[in-house]
Design a protein around this ligand. Structure first.
Ligand SMILES: C[S@@+](CC[C@H](N)C(=O)[O-])C[C@H]1O[C@@H](n2cnc3c(N)ncnc32)[C@H](O)[C@@H]1O
Length: 478
């Protein structure tokens, strides 16, 4: 049996009996009392710090193709749960679940359709909860709203433009792209600061500025446009998928002086790969509702449990307003459809299993990269499970092509800085209100950026004390 206890820091911070003993020992005791072949078991302890997440306190994950399996325990909840009993029950029979999809890779999961629905119907969700999405972000406010950080960035841009101007090499149009604009709060801070600093600087850059706000939610873009209404002449908005900005912004190739992204990469689809016992696996998942909660949810909309998956898929296809129109017998008004959405999301869990990968070169990372890029990270030591950050990586690669030779990409987000960090703490997925969050594989993005001739640097967000936000900067090497 192999025991992989990942919340290292907790062992020092908590009393051991609050931690290792409460979470792992009962699992081992339950295994001892069962007929399980112990050599086939891995036991994994994670401190799942997201209060809302996709896991049960104890989960069992088959490791294909044989009969090996992993028992995963959420150490945070161990003290308040009967870990031994839960483990024994799971070892003796399959739990009752209402599945919402077939097995698939992380990027294929329907959680991403929930995520997209959240951003496209943000106003309905926020009205129902009385809470804005920013309150769920680290620090309860986007760091992109930080005036000092924006000011510093703008002065760096001015300095670069002054130098280009002195060589008569500064283009007339000065383009800045923001991906994933949310309510436009950060665009407003940036534009307000820009106008003010330009007034003092006296070079008339504001009049030449084109700020391109991009998001896949037209609703979010409408909100953002309203927020920056006083800068309307300087701003355009684009409905696009942040994982493929070039599809709509092809005309910007080599022109953007700044690509600005905050709290978006951690919200883009990702797969997970694992290297266990010298073999590479892909993590497959399928979304389900635990049967007891599913029965209550079905009753709340006068439906049978068997009808639930159909209603969830209808919700994801139509959104809550049209769902209420389409099925008035179950959802008498939009509020009822929103309640169904929020409740389904709150009880939604992910069943997981490990599927062997025949070869890393057969795994597609992005359109232009195979899994071979991951080998040094996966085979860097002991067993590991990591995010591939496919969406963030695709977005990053595509964005680099838009940068002016003196442009830079600046991204505030939750990054894993060292591949070893995947062995010591849980990195997602978690739920932020109606959206999904996964930390971003920083070493992978840096590796890909450097191979393309960019300097990629990470530093802790400097303008706030504490917090986990890191700023990534990518700029063409001199
Ligand atoms: C957590 S919010 C961050 C908003 C803002 N940048 C901030 O820091 O407050 C994530 C934003 O990314 C957008 N987004 C998520 N996935 C996207 C995708 N695939 N393409 C474009 N926009 C996306 C969402 O609509 C939302 O506006």
């Amino acid at each position: 049996m192999l025991i992989d206890f990942r919340p290292h820091a907790r062992l020092r911070r908590e009393q051991p009996e609050d931690c290792f003993e409460a979470s792992i020992v009962p699992v081992v005791t339950a295994l001892k009392g069962s007929s399980t072949e112990l050599s086939k078991v891995r036991v994994v302890g994670d401190w799942v710090h997201y209060r809302n997440n996709f896991r049960d306190v104890v989960d069992i994950r088959p490791i294909l193709p044989g009969e090996d399996f992993e028992i995963a325990v959420d150490v945070r909840r161990a003290n308040s749960s009967s870990i031994g009993e839960l483990t024994s029950t799971l070892l003796s029979r399959q739990p009752d679940r209402v599945f919402l999809e077939e097995w698939g890779t992380g990027t294929e999961s329907l959680v991403w359709r929930f995520n997209a629905l959240y951003w496209s119907a943000l106003d309905l969700w926020e009205k129902a909860t009385g809470r804005g999405y920013e309150q769920a972000l680290p620090g309860e406010e986007s760091d992109a709203r930080n005036r000092a950080a924006a000011g510093e960035l703008i002065l760096e841009l001015f300095a670069a433009w002054d130098r280009l101007g002195a060589d008569a090499a500064l283009p007339e149009q000065l383009y800045i792209v923001e991906l994933g604009v949310g309510n436009g709060g950060q665009a407003k801070v940036f534009l307000d600061e820009f106008r003010e600093l330009d007034r003092r600087h006296g070079k008339g850059y504001y009049a030449r500025l084109h700020y391109l706000m991009c998001d896949y939610s037209t609703h979010v873009l409408d909100l953002a446009r309203e927020t920056v209404a006083e800068h309307a002449e300087r701003v355009s908005s684009f409905a696009l998928d942040a994982t493929r900005p070039r599809t709509s912004l092809g005309f910007m190739q080599g022109k953007a002086f700044l690509i600005y992204i905050s709290n978006v990469y951690d919200n883009l689809p990702t797969d997970e790969l694992a290297y266990l016992g010298g073999r590479t696996y892909q993590v497959h998942s399928r979304a389900y509702l635990p049967s007891e909660e599913a029965a209550a949810l079905a009753a709340s909309v006068s439906a049978s449990v068997e009808e639930l998956p159909g209603f969830v898929h209808k919700l994801l296809r139509l959104g809550p307003s049209l769902l209420a129109d389409a099925c008035p017998g179950h959802f008498p008004d939009v509020e009822a459809a929103i309640r169904f959405w929020q409740q389904a999301w709150s009880i939604l869990r992910l069943d997981e299993r490990y599927v062997p990968l025949s070869g890393l070169d057969s795994y597609t990372l992005t359109d232009s990269l195979t899994g071979e890029t991951l080998r040094p990270l996966l085979e860097s030591g002991a067993d590991i499970r990591m995010h591939v950050s496919n969406g963030a990586l695709a977005s990053f690669e595509d964005s680099l092509a838009l940068l002016h030779p003196f442009g830079k990409l600046v991204c505030h987000d939750l990054f894993v800085n060292d591949v070893g960090d995947y062995r010591t703490a849980f990195r997602g997925p978690g739920k932020y209100d109606g959206s999904v969050v996964n930390w971003v594989n920083g070493p992978l993005l840096a590796h890909v950026g450097r191979r393309r001739g960019f300097d990629v640097n990470y530093e802790r967000f400097r303008h706030r004390n504490g917090g986990n936000i890191v700023t990534m900067t990518a700029q063409a090497r001199d």
